[in-house]
Design a protein around this ligand. Sequence first.
Ligand code: B12
Ligand code: SF4
Length: 507
Amino acid sequence: MTPGPRVVLVNPRITSRRRARFPLSVLALARSLDEHGYESAIIDGNHERDDAEATLRELRAHPCEALGVTVMGGPQVATAIRVSRAVRAEFPRLPIIWGGYFPTLYPEAALNAPYVDFLVRGQGEATLPQLLAALRAAGAAGSTDLGAIDGLSWRCAGEAVHNRARPFSPPAAQVRLPYEKLKGNPRQYLVKTFMGQRTASYEAALGCRFRCTFCGVAAMFRGATAVPEAQRLESDLLYLRDNLGADSIQFYDHNFFDREEDMAPLLEVLGRVRMPWWCYARADALINMSPEAWALVRRSGLRMAYIGAETPNDRMLKAIRKGTRADQTMEVAELCRRNGVVPELSFMVAPPEDPEGETERTFEFIRRVKRANPSAEIIVYVYTPLPAGSLPDGIRQRAGVLRDLDGEPVRFPQTPEEWTTKRWVDYSCHADAPWVSARLRRRIRDFVTVLNCRYPTLQDAHSPPWAKSMLRAAAAWRYRFGVYDRPWELDAAKRVVRLMDPRVSSI
Ligand code: B12
Ligand code: SF4
């Protein structure tokens, strides 16, 4: 059989080999390309010493029709640029396609680069093969209709063109991800976590029915969501468990718990598969579940649920369209404790209106949560809303102007390179924002240091128990009396222990 046309898919480096999980974006695309008769190779930068060189080696060895690069805002933009530039220099005619959260949220900036030809916004399984077919047709006939491909952004006579968004597609029903395309052994993607020796990542549910104004998922899926078929989930989890040796699962969905009637068959599957699991959830979904559903949750082995608590300020929760309230955060913290599930609550501090006041009130609220459920995990992020241009229609018009410390309107980056500067990488990682003063930045950092030492994260499967006890004891007086400022002794102890930061691990 003659091999079909070939595409190289790259996941540029975003994390260390030790933390790397299955590169689900490129695996999902490879599965779709298989179904459309294309050959594909995957380069995972997290497992390569030099992802640009590995990509060039692959392209030199086999003629290719296009390069697909997945790009998430934050540290991956720089590595995506490096790979794309190297390929453009050696293979100037090869089409380079970017997809993922970065081009979906910032299409103008992403297309403003000489090494990117096409952007795929939103889900890529249907758009990519359509684009490849159109490029082949263009090669044969000299013309093509790129304007008809939903979800595509491209340049026409030097002008950026953004085709209409592609309608939502539910999760693929039939075929398993082609894990065997990962060079070496797919088992190397099973990592030690607090749940087990070999935790696998898996995407089950797609999208989210909510449209929180700060969230990239809302901008990507615009309120659409779907859960997988129970049969598909069961067969995939059994494959991960029995063929690859996984002993626990981290669900890399957008929001796992949706309507109870849709969830029940999935919880039954998890009860049968018997692997501890971690997922994203919402406070309101969990507290509205029936006792029968909670019995299923307990039986299924749910260990931890990541819940966006965001803020204790109900007015702000309404303004960002979160759809939950502060009392529900308290309620879910207690409910989880009673059911043996650890709630991992993420908060966004320092919003542009009253950054200092809101931050202090959130710290107080976090202390209340910890009193109600001392095992609750807490993640503190800086509030970094999406630029108005990235928000879906209907919300965009209501977004206020963001201003920096001098009262000037915040100007977001116009090119991928600008997004790689420290201040914008920090913005993407929810670590800093232009309206946060040096004093407040320090205050947040100090609070997080004291909190993380007083309550080291359960997710740190590497630090020895004695080290965690030592930090806990050292931080106890500071936490008790609220003396957060300049915890130099904890900083020094942390350097020795190398305590894990839950903000980096839990996504
Ligand atoms: C796994 C993951 C990670 C992994 C990276 C895995 C990797 N690439 O190797 C790690 C843990 C390293 C990570 C890090 C970060 N992440 Co992350 N991460 C996720 C997570 C949980 C799953 C992504 C995933 O694999 N999805 C499954 C695949 C199948 O979907 P997909 O990636 O969207 O791909 C589809 C389309 O986007 C498109 N597509 C994607 N790539 C391409 C490429 C081409 C060529 C084409 C055609 C199409 C295409 O087609 C695919 C199939 O439909 C998502 C949340 C989520 N559920 O999506 C957050 C998420 C993507 N992360 C996010 C963020 C912000 C980060 C961070 C930058 C910051 C942070 N604090 O979390 C950090 C960086 C921190 C650091 N210091 O390193 C945000 C992005 C939102 C935004 N505003 O940009 C998300 C949405 C979480 C959230 N709700 O806020 N992350
Ligand atoms: S509920 Fe969570 S995933 Fe859904 S839009 Fe809001 S923040 Fe994003």
